[in-house]
Design a binder for this molecule. Structure first.
Ligand code: NAP
Length: 347
């Protein structure tokens, strides 16, 4: 047993081989989020060979987590299980055979770890160590939304300096990352929101144009961008909003759907396909991680961590709740017109 491991065990007052009691959010069924997510105490064994014990610090409540609780997300934990798609923690103890981490390292938790818990064990190969300098709250949110924004900006269209990107739900966490990353890499954004009070805020965030959703938004986007040939639109809303931003694309352009906040089906006008050759595409970061493999995923997350350390990306946080206030946290996360993410402060 390593000295690091013995010291960690001594500090927590547990006998080697014993289970540690930790608190975690457990769901036993799917349904209304506040009704099904309960705090409970569970046993956590010592990390096995190749595993690392991580004390979880922060994890956000993302729309996908709400869908998981409702049973509406394609991938969800086996029941009973712990939700929490992403988060950040601090290495507390290394199992035998682990030499790549030391106590105190800050690590991003593996995709779909079940992060709403005080602590957990993860395979060392699934953890990504990040440099000091990234605030823990920001680190907790890197794996899903900033990653989605950066991959969508790079993988569908090879954007040239100064090119325009159109997007809806522009004040969402993903939308704000798109704005900041586009500004950083030299692209321009025309941003659609559903409330006028966000216009100045998103301009200050770096959005070149910020428009309020409406029936004439296609024409307004074209006018705001001086008739530029827009080749990429990002859609997190669905329904009419998606049809309208696709209507602002240049022939041959692509609209990438990554969210469906309005819970309305897409409506694709025949003419957009036949006469405009608009490509309607979809993106899911879970599939990207599956296909990319560990090395590419770690490279992406390391790049994002550096951007966060430099302040290029920063996601506003509206509130952080301890695990025992899970019902309040979930209610807050589902409120419209939030000013930022709701986080769980896990330990
Ligand atoms: N495909 C992927 O891999 C992937 C990855 C990350 C995120 N996503 C999806 O991207 C979307 C945004 O996620 P996020 O975490 O960035 O969101 P978020 O920060 O929680 O913000 C939610 C956004 O949705 C807007 N919104 C809510 N209901 C709406 C409606 N009925 N019509 C139009 N807009 C509505 C909100 O506008 P107000 O502020 O005005 O309420 C806000 O801009 C979600 O659908 C999420 O599931 C997908």
């Amino acid at each position: 047993m390593t000295n690091v491991r013995l010291a960690a065990i001594a500090r927590r007052g547990i006998v080697p081989g014993d289970m540690e009691k930790i608190r975690a959010i457990i769901i036993r069924e799917h349904g209304e989020p506040q009704a099904v997510a309960k705090i409970d105490t569970i046993d956590l064994p010592a990390p096995a060979v190749g595993e690392v014990r991580v004390r979880v610090k922060f994890s956000p409540i993302n729309p996908a987590d709400i869908n998981v609780l409702e049973g509406k997300y394609p991938i969800r934990p086996e029941l009973p299980g712990t939700p929490g798609v992403e988060g950040v923690g601090v290495v507390e103890e290394c199992g035998a055979g682990v030499s790549s981490f030391v106590e105190g390292d800050v690590v991003l938790l593996p995709h779909r770890f079940g992060a709403w818990r005080e602590a957990g064990n993860a395979d060392a190969t699934d953890l990504v160590k990040i440099a000091a300098g990234v605030p823990l709250e920001q680190a907790a949110m890197l794996r899903i939304n900033p990653a989605t924004a950066l991959v969508m900006l790079r993988d569908f269209v090879t954007l040239q300096p100064g090119e325009w990107i159109a997007q809806n739900a522009a004040n969402s966490a993903v939308g704000r990352c798109v704005i900041r990353l586009a500004r950083h890499f030299g692209w321009r954004t025309v941003n659609v929101v559903r409330r006028a009070d966000l216009v100045d805020e998103l301009r200050a965030e770096g959005g070149d144009m910020v428009l309020v959703e409406g029936e004439k938004i296609s024409a307004e986007i074209k006018s705001a961008t001086g008739g530029a040939a827009i080749r990429l639109a990002l859609n997190a809303v669905g329904g009419d909003s998606a049809t309208r931003i696709a209507g602002a694309l240049a022939p041959g352009g692509s609209i990438v759907t990554y969210g469906a906040m309005a819970r309305q089906p897409l409506r694709v006008p025949n003419g957009q396909l036949i006469f405009q050759d608009i490509g309607w595409r979809g993106f899911w970061i879970t599939r990207w991680y599956e296909r990319a493999g560990e090395t590419a995923a770690a490279a992406l997350l390391t790049e994002l961590a550096a951007l966060a350390a430099d302040g290029v990306i920063a996601t506003p946080v509206e509130a952080a709740y301890s695990l025992d206030r899970i019902a309040e946290a979930l209610a807050h996360a589902q409120r419209p017109q939030r000013g930022g993410k709701v986080l769980l402060r896990c330990s």
